[in-house]
Design a protein around this ligand. Sequence first.
Ligand code: ACO
Length: 355
Amino acid sequence: MKAHTRVYGTGFVTGEVCVPNERFTKVCDTTDEWIRERSGIQQRYFVREGTATSDLAVDASRKALDDAGWKAEELDYIVVATMTPDYYFPGVGSLVQAKLGLPPIPCLDIRQQCSGFVYGLQVCDALIRAGAAKKLLFIGAEIHSGFMPFSKHGWDVLNGDSDESVTPEEREWNSRFRHLTVLFGDAAGALCVGPTDNPDRGVLGFALHSDGKDATSLYVPSAGFAYRPYFSEEHIREGRYVPFMEGRNVFKMAVTKMPEAIHEVLEKTGLTLDDVKLLIPHQANLRISEGVQKQLKLPDERIYNNIHRYGNTTAATIPIGYDECRKSGKVKQGDLVAFAGLGAGFHWGAALMRE
Ligand code: ACO
């Protein structure tokens, strides 16, 4: 299969406050051991209040532009994958365009959650193949701290600004959501994407799927137009702004569907698993990545994990991992890289790219 689309630069940023697991023990009933054992996470980063997803997206974009040697004003398209936009609407794309001081180029948001990268990369590839874009900025950005149930004081404790315990009532409230809150972090990753004349270098193929029958296994039961009004006092009182997650179902889906999608894209492109130098999976949970690795029988050096440092940053996890691998030399020119993700929707899939 011929490549038409290549990545010319990458960059990422995280929220500014590093929050180790230990701090969570001060706001809810959890332990460092539980979090490490069940998820592999040791720390995550959160933004301070006032920083929005578009801000992280802009900072990551500037790094990717520098890496590519592109000027922001040369960009002719922006695609943003996020499930945590600054506002219910509009999306983040046009906010990034304005903050970068760009002319009114087309901007697009996509909402495929943890599969935002693999879906977004296909959108970028299609836009480039269609001749609609030549210098495209593709961003995966999330600020999950907005859906956390913590009070201002709870945030002070998490941020390390206060040692004063939260009240027993607040601890009880926070503990209702502990299976979910400990997993996520804030970050953005960006890629400069454009056409290539070299058919052997770049994006080679995709295997993408969606099935909405289990959509309510992982969703936000509020802030949507299934409700009238779409957000209410009752929703806040009941904590319905925090995502609902049937963790075990998500786990089962992820370890089944991600390997299937990888096999499918390899078959479509006439390649084999032996050709893959490195798999960079969505970082949902170390146990999920280990499950995928086991199914595919990959040795440790052929799968990349960094969840211990950042937690789950949804659409940003793969761009962050890819940036780290490019810049550390773990991925070199000519290497075949596989990406795979599964997330709310459910949406899942895999992509192949020759570096
Ligand atoms: N600290 C301490 N104990 C906890 C915590 C916590 N943070 N969270 C839950 N527990 C307790 C539960 O209350 C339960 O206690 P009980 O046995 O007394 O009832 C016990 O731990 C086991 O709870 P489960 O929810 O059954 O734990 P499980 O082993 O399934 O692990 C987890 C939970 C880590 C969420 C797991 O289901 C999982 O990894 N699922 C995948 C979901 C995921 O990774 N989502 C990320 C976002 S989606 C995505 O990116 C694809």
